[in-house]
Ligand binder design. Sequence first.
Ligand SMILES: [Zn+2]
Length: 443
Amino acid sequence: MFSHLSLISLNKRTPKFVVLIALSFFLFSSPDATAEKVKNIIFMIGDGMGYNHLHLTQELSQKKLFMFTLPHQGIVFTASADNPVTDSAAAATALATGYKTTNHTLGKDAQGKDQKTILEILKGRGLKTGLVTTTDITDATPAGFAAHVHNRKEKLKIAEWYLKNHVDLLLGGGKKHFLDLTPQFKKDQYLLVYTPAELSALHRLQGKKLLGLFHPSDLNYEMDREEIPEMKNEPPLSTMAQKALELLAPSPKGFFLMIEGGRIDHAAHALDMATLSKEILEFDKAIQAVYQFSKKRKDTLLIITADHETAGLSMPETTDYAYLNSQTISFNQMVRGFKKESITQVLSHYAKLTPTQEEINMIEQSKDLEVHERARVLGSLVSKKAGLTTLSLDMFKVGNTHGHTSSPVPIFSFGPQAEVFQGGQDNTDIPKKILRIIHAPSH
Ligand SMILES: [Zn+2]
C-alpha cells in the first residue's frame, strides 16, 4: 500500500480531499485486497471475427448473440510487428506471449527469439492445459500457444512441439500431421480418440493426456452438417468445449484452455457469409456452455476475443438478409458440386442465382484454383447479389494475409477480475493482464 502511495508526491500544500481521494482509490482498487482469485482461464478466439460478422449473424438468425450479454466488453487493436494487418500466426503469438512478431511467425518475437507462451508459463506452474479448435490443430491459432517456429506452415514441427510441451488436451482436426508421431504420443501417456462416441465415453483423464483428432485437416462447416454424411464423425465445437471442461476441471491447480472458432475466418475468406454466420452461432453456443461452467464457480475467468477481422465486411442498406438466409450449403460444397452438375444448375439450386455468361466464364476460369479460392469467386457473385460490401477479389490477392483487415475486434470477459479487459487495448496486453491476475505460485 505504501509503495503505491509513494508514487504520488504528497506535500504540505496537497489539499486534504486530494489525499483522501487518492487513499480511497488505492484502498478500493488494490487487486491484493479485494479481488477474487483466478484458478482457471478459458481463452476463446473467433478467428477472423469482426463486429460486423457478429452483427450480420444477429440479423440473419434474428437473435441476440449470447456473447453480447456478457458484463465486460472492450476493443482490441491487432497490428503485427511488420504489418498493420496481422495474420493468425502473429496474432496468436501476440495473444499468447505478449510480443508482437512478423506475419507467419509463431511463438517468437520480431527478432526471431523464442518467447514463452502463457500456456507454457502456466503449465510450468502446475496448471493443466488444453487447445480446442475446429481447424487442423496445428493451424496458426492453437500453434501460437504451444509452438515456436519461423513459419506457420511447419506443421510437423508444430505437432512435435505439442508433444514437447505435454499439452494435456488437444481436440480438433489435422490427423494427417500426427500419423508418424502416434507411437510417441502413446508413449507420453496420451489417450487417442477419433470419433465423437469415443470422446463422449471419456469422463476422467486419470493422469493421462488426450489427443482427439476428427478429420485429416480442418473439420467441415456447421452449414454442411446435413449435406456431408461423414460429418457425424466430427463433434461440434460446443461439444468439444464441454468435454474439455469436464476433463480439465478436476485439476487441483487449475487449468488454461484455449478454444478457437477457427473456421469463421475460412468462411470470411470465401466471402461465404451465410456459412460464416453458422460458424459464429456454434462459437456462441460454445461460449454459452463455458459461461454456464464459469458461473457455477468463483475461480474461472472467461475471455473471448478475435485475432483480426477478415474480408472487410459491412452491411449497407442494400443487404438482402432473406436471400442470404436461403443458402443451405457452403460455397465449398457448391464448388465440389460442379463435378456432378453444371455451374448454372448448382448456382440456381443452391444459391438462387442465375449467372450471366460472363460469370459462368469467371467460375470456369477458376477451375485450377483450390476449392477455397474457387469458393471466393462464387462468394463475390453471391455477395454482390446480397448487396453486401467486402474486399474485392483483387484485394484478396495482394498482401500476405489474403483478405484480413486492421479493423479492431471485440473482447468480452466474465468472472473474477474480468473488468480489466474493458476498454481499448492492444492484443499484446491480454496475456500480460492474464498473468498479472492469475493466482498461481510462480515457483
Ligand atoms: Zn485468415
